[in-house]
Design a binder for this molecule. Structure first.
Ligand SMILES: Cc1cc2nc3c(=O)[nH]c(=O)nc-3n(C[C@H](O)[C@H](O)[C@H](O)COP(=O)(O)O)c2cc1C
Length: 352
């Protein structure tokens, strides 16, 4: 279903963007095991993809079964956001999201991510640039050409389009959204949210923490409920995010706090079943870990396993002998290492 139609028709429970985690192999596993209503990519730098960061386009690879899929941009330069929006639209994304919530120092130090909360003027310019990018792409078939990107980028975009089996005839006008936090040091939703709602966005995701909190403490869902009330009458959907553990809790929160959608992040790590009501057995978790590694190798044959380790460790949560298992998982370098560990551990546990 068309994303715009979907978000207007029903509450959604989606996969939150996680840099270094929700890459293409992760998202493929996720779709196979339990399909979220909507999926976000990891964020990519608007400056990076518009100025020739070819490697970044790996983060934008997706297969048709991941739809509806939203690409997320971060940065601070409105011109790059304009170009980034046209590029993401050309890659066939169903939605384009602007990151105004990342607390990482590497991102906020130069004024991007959650730092935009203290620069509402720039935040406005960025949203307008993305809106213009989407509209120009939709109405002008030469919009991409007019960006005059480095010539090699044309080939990379074509590679991604082929990978995503994009039909050039089906031109989807992406939705526009923002993902943000409550404030910098304390919640300033009474000023920040009405400011954002003045712009032509389809939905707004609010993570119930401040920048200062990072990921510490608890997400404040009362504040998220208040954001819903602030948005009443605006026509803009509000999605909540933070500390949701499973699908049942997401469904309860949809009702309790009146949000139009919920994004689940960390609870999906090593646990793609989070979007279903199924509780995985020990052997299902092992099989999934192995499968994850196989898909990773098939997708990125030249990459080492280092960046997969964070995901491996998540699969160990709640498994018998988790501590010993984690010690082994951090040393994995190839598929046969996983099979050896699996044989050892499954034979020492009742694998059902
Ligand atoms: C490792 C990691 C990477 C993240 N990367 C992104 C990102 O690229 N873009 C974004 O908007 N949020 C990012 N987040 C934040 C999550 O999307 C989400 O807002 C946050 O984890 C709270 O939700 P949760 O409690 O369900 O995980 C990241 C979080 C983590 C833990």
């Amino acid at each position: 279903m068309d994303l715009r139609q979907l978000i207007n028709q029903q509450p959604v429970i989606g996969l939150s963007p996680m840099d270094g985690i929700t890459d293409e192999p992760f998202r493929l596993i996720q779709t196979e095991i339990a399909q979220p209503d909507v999926i976000f990519t990891e964020f990519v730098s608007a400056e990076g993809i518009s100025r020739g960061g070819f490697k970044l386009y790996d983060q934008l690879l997706y297969k048709p079964q991941e739809r509806p899929i939203i690409g997320q941009l971060f940065g601070k330069d409105p011109q790059s956001f304009y170009a980034g929006a046209i590029i993401l639209a050309e890659l066939g994304f169903d939605g384009i999201d602007i990151n105004m919530g990342c607390p990482a120092k590497t991102v906020t130090a130069n004024g991007s991510g959650a730092a935009l909360i203290e620069n509402p003027q720039l935040a406005s310019e960025i949203i307008k640039s993305v809106a213009n990018g989407i509209n120009d792409w939709h109405t002008d078939k030469n919009a991409l050409k007019k960006l005059k990107l480095k010539s090699k980028l044309d080939q990379v975009i074509l590679r991604n389009q082929k990978y995503s089996q994009l039909k050039i005839s089906s031109k989807i006008k992406p939705t526009l959204s923002v993902k943000t936090r409550l404030g910098i040091n304390e919640s300033i939703i009474d000023q920040w949210i009405p400011h954002l709602l003045k712009h032509p966005i389809d939905f707004l995701t609010i993570h119930g923490r401040t920048l200062k909190q990072g990921y510490a403490g608890q997400a404040d869902w009362q504040q998220i409920g208040r954001v819903v009330r602030l948005a009443k009458g605006s026509g803009i959907k509000i999605w909540g995010n933070g500390d949701v553990q499973n699908r049942t809790q997401a469904q309860d929160y949809l009702k309790e706090f009146g949000v139009d959608g919920i994004l689940i992040g960390r609870s999906a790590m090593g646990n793609p079943w989070v979007f279903s009501d199924h509780l995985p057995t020990v052997s299902e978790k092992y099989r999934c870990l192995l499968y994850h590694a196989q898909i990773y190798q098939a997708t990125f044959p030249l990459r080492r396993f280092d960046s997969l380790r964070k995901n491996f460790l998540s699969y160990a949560v709640g498994l018998p002998n988790a501590k010993q298992l984690r010690q082994k998982l951090v040393h994995i370098n190839n598929i046969s290492d996983i099979i050896d560990i699996e044989t050892d551990f499954l034979s020492s546990t009742d694998s059902q």
